[in-house]
Design a protein. Structure first.
Length: 336
């Protein structure tokens, strides 16, 4: 069976990779949940917090202090759906919901970390940080070339204690060096930025239980994201994608990240916006330029095209009519 990828815009990363018929490599939480019943408990965020003695409880149990962070105990759709900060008792009384939990509000560096694991032991790490926007969205991610020794030591110890017997990829989301989420798969948003041969090494990990990746060309990369407003039926001429990649050698890939044949509400998106596109690149300014040019290509079905406000709005405004300026498209992304 090939690598399981449910998002067609990410199949480009696995095209041509040889995967044995009897090997299953998940890129989606639902598939990983089915594949690893012994370890699927990690998708319970309440248990993740409790395993680290982080103050937490299900809704219905009053937090001793505010603010706290609220989220679903299980969220298999991702993208920060249903999460928020509760800042007062009055907000708490309004926002309690079945199946949700609260935890202490952590501070510090917010990282998404991919790790290759053999029998509960980490053998390879890569870390990314996001520039946040409002409502659980992120403007862009930096995929760092450098290591995070302290974090790797902490998460590696957690792996050894809690995931003995597990071999495969895992992804941690951490704040201030503490784990807030664990996924039994890697982030499929930027595998092209991990280097040549990385996907083949992942297949080997699942097929043979071994990790073989030299990682000699490791370099910092960027994943720049474009968001639009919720509730809009967007469209784009996708033939622009290969043309932009050919024009910008610093850009490794472009994803148009929604289904035009599905209603907006059928997509899992953060409260802060509807994700339209992702630009992976080695040069951040090139990524911003391509994002701006993509912005001008999006339009609401039956309406004028929609520009983006923010970083390069003034540049884009030179190409817009007064009507187009009325409805902004925003940039940003949530953690993979």
């Amino acid at each position: 069976m090939p690598i399981i990828e449910h998002d067609p815009w990410r199949e480009q990363y696995f095209a041509g990779v040889v995967c044995p018929d009897d090997v299953i490599v998940p890129t989606d939480d639902a598939d990983a949940y089915d594949l690893f019943p012994k370890h699927r408990w990690v998708y319970n965020k309440l248990l993740i917090a409790e395993s680290q003695n982080i103050r937490c409880a299900p809704h219905g149990m009053l937090p001793p202090i505010f603010p706290v962070f609220s989220k679903p105990i299980y969220n298999m759709r991702g993208m920060g759906t249903g999460s928020c900060v509760i800042r007062s008792l009055a907000q708490w009384q309004r926002r309690q919901a079945p199946g949700h939990m609260w935890m202490e509000l952590l501070t510090g560096e917010h990282l998404s970390s991919d790790v290759a694991v053999i029998n509960g032991n980490p053998v390879w790490w890569r870390h990314a940080t996001g520039i946040p926007l409002k409502g659980g969205a992120f403007d862009y991610w930096t995929i760092h070339a450098d290591a995070r020794p302290e974090l790797e030591g902490y998460c590696g110890g957690w792996l050894g204690h809690n995931l003995k017997g597990y071999t495969g990829m895992a992804n941690f989301e951490t704040i201030g060096g503490r784990i807030i989420e664990c996924h039994l798969r890697f982030s499929d948003q930027w595998p092209d930025l991990y280097g040549t041969g990385w996907v083949n090494a992942v297949v080997g990990l699942y097929a043979n239980g071994k990790w073989s990746f030299a990682d000699q060309d490791r370099r910092t990369g960027y994943s720049v994201v474009l968001f639009g407003a919720h509730g809009v039926n967007y469209a784009i001429d996708r033939s622009i994608v290969p043309k932009l990649i050919a024009e910008y050698p610093e850009v490794t890939s472009i994803q148009i990240t929604f289904h035009e044949d599905k209603p907006p509400e059928a997509h899992a998106m953060p409260p802060g916006g509807f994700r339209l596109a992702i630009v992976n690149c080695w040069d951040l300014e090139a990524g911003f330029d391509v994002r701006d040019r993509l912005t001008l290509r999006f339009w609401s079905m039956g309406h004028t095209r929609l520009p983006r406000d923010g970083r390069r709005a003034e540049k884009s405004a030179n190409h817009m009519t007064p009507t187009m300026r009325a409805s902004p498209v925003r940039s940003g992304e949530n953690a993979p």
